[in-house]
Design a protein around this ligand. Structure first.
Ligand code: OFO
Length: 175
């Protein structure tokens, strides 16, 4: 049956598998951002919580975009299971350190998909994934900009934390 299905699409099984794995990564990213936003919210960082609530939404859109693509090209999009999510964080800054590390990991995952596409000559998926390359460049850049705020503003003082919280909300939104 599976072989018969393959006759109806040029999508290679290995690409379908790696795309479904990316759906899980994007969906996990959404869940992680949601937990981070909630922690910020609970700890008095309302503005930066808003920034990460919005990021959580964006990651869900990234997940769905790949999900729909898999079905569009004749594959089977698999709904990813939701795993354990870290709910507690040691500090305001640590939330954003983890966020940057997550984004870097996502970029590597996307690069691996593109490398695979080139290996098996799947130019349609390569072209589709280019949107993510651009998106990741932007998201990594924003994550680094957030951390730079902690380098220049004293997060040990309440005033410093208040300013950082406000400044984070401006990152990624049109001036
Ligand atoms: Fe920033 O993770 Fe989606 O692509």
């Amino acid at each position: 049956m599976k072989d018969l299905m393959r006759l109806h699409t040029s999508l290679k099984e290995e690409i379908e598998i790696i795309l479904n794995a990316q759906c899980k990564i994007e969906s996990d990213a959404s869940q992680k951002y949601l937990a981070m936003a909630s922690w910020l919210d609970r700890n008095g960082f309302e503005k930066s919580a808003g920034y990460l609530y919005a990021q959580a939404e964006e990651e869900r859109e990234h997940f769905l975009k790949i999900f729909h693509y898999i079905n569009e090209v004749g594959g089977t999009a698999v709904t990813p299971a939701i795993g354990e999510v870290q709910q507690e964080f040691t500090s305001f800054k640590s939330v954003f350190e983890i966020a940057l590390q997550n984004e870097i990991a996502v970029t590597h995952a996307i690069n691996r998909i593109i490398a695979k596409c080139r290996e098996v000559n799947d130019y349609a998926t390569e072209e589709f994934m280019m949107w993510y390359v651009k998106e990741q460049r932007e998201e990594e850049h924003n994550a680094r900009r957030v951390l730079e705020l902690f380098d220049i503003i004293d997060a040990d003082s309440a005033t410093g934390r208040f300013v950082i919280d406000k400044e984070i909300a401006k990152i990624g939104s049109p001036e």
